[in-house]
Design a protein around this ligand. Structure first.
Ligand SMILES: [Ca+2]
Length: 485
């Protein structure tokens, strides 16, 4: 794809769209003039960081308290089979904003790891990937901004350095967005050493803060200010919370509450993490409260999801979360690494409180939100790595015209070696590149991916593997290479 041509074709399509609509208006007889069109809906995407599929009460979480998110599920559509486009942070965020698969973008690992370059002490050498979202990609924010939306990022960016900041990608407002993937602390003044090499980090634009102030609360304050500031303009608010990513730091009163609540029978056992999830939930409650107060709730679409599966390693001596009944967690292409909560509330939802079992992925949100913003996508020369979910919001049981989702993670993580995967209907195939071997699971019978059927069903495994290879060729996915050492 030539990005310049792409932009020109978008401008041309927008121009034609406006022209056709103006011409149509000229022919409307004055006596039967239609009421002025309702403005396009406001759009709020609340993206949690590392929140697992089973972490919300409405997804079976037994310790965590998420009354506002559960209410959002009762008011909207709850997707049971939603996937993040990648098992780690930055690539999923890139897919959300571009509608392109991370494998096609060559953006398959989080930014800090991409900057450091691939490790050379493993059997395979992962590919060198992008470190920043290229400026010539057309983002959701740019298109919504072009359609008259106020566009704002509040929270985590993780898609590039200062030259590739949110402002370079269509966000008029950027509060907190930086190239780093996690804050050093959740408490004011949000600065200090981070990670093994004690790198000094901070959260920009939050310099003036109160002692004891908590990051999730502060980002919510900033998001509320964006809603207030929009006035009569439609707005696109991308509230990318850091919670519940490490460092595991909850507000002391909430941590104490969960310490007292936990019994050995609870699936989730981390009071600090439970407190972070509670604060995330409270944020959603405050956003919804402000929308209702300002009578905006009926014309605002609220999307809530996570950028990858729950983090299952230890932090500060405690296991962070547990994705049971799913296998594994963040980094892995087993379900625990990529299946995430997805709740959508707002005008297109026909029956509040419905459940949708159709497999969908983050890149689909790009097309969904463009359609909501009334931006014609039919004529645009965008690679289609997703599709609009509006039909599912209207009829959650009507299937999409698609039966396969693909995943590609040619890198290492604590939970995985380089791997590609696909889901076709109830079948899931994983191809591990170190061993050149496949695993086959039937998710309907075996959600926990415990019984590998690859040897029992060689024809099915071969067929799915061929499809996976064909897709990788089509998107020009980068592959790991054999380490000569
Ligand atoms: Ca993440």
């Amino acid at each position: 794809m030539n990005p310049g041509t792409d932009r020109r074709s978008i401008r041309r399509a927008t121009f034609l769209f406006v022209l056709v609509h103006c011409a149509a208006l000229l022919f409307v007889p004055h006596v039967t003039a239609a009421p002025p069109p309702k403005s396009p809906p406001n759009i709020i995407v609340i993206l949690a960081d590392d929140l697992g599929w089973a972490d919300l009460a409405c997804y079976g979480g037994d310790l965590h308290e998420t009354p506002h998110l559960d209410r959002l599920a009762r008011q909207g559509v709850r997707f049971t089979d939603a996937y993040s486009s990648a098992p780690i942070c930055s690539p999923t965020r890139a897919a959300l904003l571009t509608g392109q698969h991370p494998a096609r973008l060559h953006f398959t690992i989080w930014r800090e790891a991409a900057v450091n370059g691939p490790p050379r002490d493993k059997p395979l050498i992962p590919p060198v990937t992008l470190t920043d979202l290229p400026k010539d990609t057309t983002t959701l924010a740019e298109m919504l901004q072009g359609a008259g939306y106020l566009t704002a990022l509040v929270g985590k960016w993780h898609l590039g350095d200062a030259d590739n900041a949110p402002e370079a990608h269509g966000f008029e407002v950027n509060i907190g967005g930086t190239h780093w993937g996690a804050p050093p602390t959740y408490f004011s003044p949000y600065r200090g050493p981070f990670g093994r090499n004690r790198e000094l980090r901070f959260v920009p634009h939050l310099e003036f803060s109160q002692p004891g102030e908590y990051l999730t609360d502060r980002l919510t304050d900033e998001a509320l200010r964006v809603i207030d500031r929009a006035g009569d303009k439609p707005f696109f608010l991308y509230l990318a919370h850091h919670a519940p990513h490490t460092p595991i730091e909850g507000k002391p009163s909430l941590v104490k509450h969960f310490e007292q609540k936990i019994t050995p029978q609870h699936r989730h056992q981390n009071p600090g993490y439970a407190a972070m999830v509670a604060s995330l939930d409270e944020s959603v409650g405050r956003i919804m409260g402000r929308l209702e107060e300002r009578q905006l709730a009926d014309n605002t679409v609220v999307v809530f999801t996570s950028d990858n599966g729950g983090f299952i390693s230890d932090s500060q001596g405690r296991r962070v979360t547990d994705n049971t009944p799913l296998r594994s967690g963040k980094g892995s292409l087993y379900e625990g690494g990529i299946r995430v909560p997805l709740l959508v509330r707002g005008p297109p939802v026909a029956s509040p409180g419905t459940i949708c079992r159709e497999p969908v992925a983050t890149a689909d949100l790009f097309y969904t939100l463009l359609e909501l913003g009334r931006i014609p996508i039919k004529d645009q020369a965008l690679p289609r790595d997703g599709q609009s979910l509006i039909s599912l919001l209207k009829e959650p049981e009507s299937p999409l015209d698609r039966d396969t989702l693909y995943f590609h993670y040619p890198h290492y993580y604590a939970t995985t070696t380089p791997v590609s995967s696909l889901r076709a209907g109830d079948w899931k195939l994983l191809e591990y590149h170190e061993t050149d071997s496949v695993e086959l699971y039937n998710l309907k019978e075996d959600l926990g991916e415990s019984k590998n059927l690859a040897t029992d069903q060689p024809d099915r495994a071969k067929n799915l593997r061929n499809r996976l290879h064909a897709w990788r060729t089509e998107v020009e996915a980068q592959m790991p290479t054999k380490n000569p050492k």
